[in-house]
Design a protein around this ligand. Structure first.
Ligand code: ATP
Length: 246
């Protein structure tokens, strides 16, 4: 390969405070196209805040952040355009109970992109297949398990054809037996080349799916490396965090 690829996400010395409390203390981080980056760390270390900065849910006070060609430090970021490029899935899936799976998944493309009925149906089929829910097109959310609902939420995000996907502790609300199916759906997306950043407490998953694991501690990137760094931590903090969990 020749020539350097531009990173899809680039944090440079990013600082973020809530009031007088600084929660991100100079974050440097890059995500290359097709890469999967897992953010791990203790509660309160700043993982979710860092992720939320990426699609403009949080603003920051200093430093740089470029995402899919958008300069997020600029006064006038076009958040609408940014969020077409960057999908986010949260712990709570918030599907509309009165809409079918297909209607939930195609609502945003219909509204934002003016996608018509036939195209919407095709789109729903495409993204539901990606999360293994082809047979649930006409179901209502209440007829689905938590894991299936979360996969619908992922499909809903995919329906906008994002260039980057963010996952914020998407399995935290699920029973262990439902967690696996959601993680497998994310793994499938990763192997199909989707660029993604995910905050997760699932260490074994982070190790297996991530090209780069980022251990955050007290608002800083404390240690970063490939998944296997979790087997051989270089800092006492990561060693303690990982414990005997792997
Ligand atoms: N909206 C907010 N207003 C004030 N403080 C906040 C806000 N959101 C987060 N914080 C604080 O910022 C710090 C970082 O929070 P963040 O949610 O990013 O951590 P985290 O590593 O994702 O933790 P968790 O694993 O518990 O979600 C915490 O001390 C938290 O209390």
């Amino acid at each position: 390969m020749s020539g350097a690829t531009h990173p899809m996400v680039r944090f440079h010395n990013l600082h973020k405070s809530y009031g007088r409390v600084e929660v991100l203390k100079g974050i440097d981080l890059e995500v290359a196209p097709g890469q999967v980056v897992a953010l791990i760390g203790r509660s309160g270390s700043g993982k979710s805040t860092a992720l939320r900065c990426v699609n403009g849910l949080e603003r920051f006070q200093a430093g740089e952040l470029h995402v899919c060609g958008h300069d997020l430090a600029a006064e006038k970021v076009d958040l609408r355009k940014l969020r077409q490029d960057v999908g986010i899935v949260f712990q709570s899936y918030n599907l509309f109970p009165h809409l079918t799976v297909e209607q939930n998944v195609t609502l945003a493309p219909r509204k934002v992109k003016g996608v018509g009925s036939a195209e919407a149906r095709e789109l729903a089929r495409e993204v539901l297949a990606q999360v293994g829910l082809s047979d649930k097109v006409q179901s209502y959310p209440e007829e689905l398990s938590g894991g299936q609902q979360q996969r619908v939420a992922i499909a809903r995000s995919l329906a906008m054809h994002p260039r980057l996907m963010l996952f914020d502790e998407v399995t935290s609300a699920l029973d262990p037996e439902l967690t696996g199916e959601v993680l497998r759906a994310i793994e499938r997306l990763a192997s199909n080349g989707m660029t993604m950043m995910l905050v997760t407490h699932e260490m074994a998953f982070a190790r297996s799916v991530a090209d780069q694991v980022v251990f955050m501690h007290q608002g800083r990137v404390w240690e970063t490396g490939p998944g296997d760094m979790l087997l051989d931590p270089q800092t006492a903090e990561l060693r303690q965090f990982v414990g005997n969990g792997l």
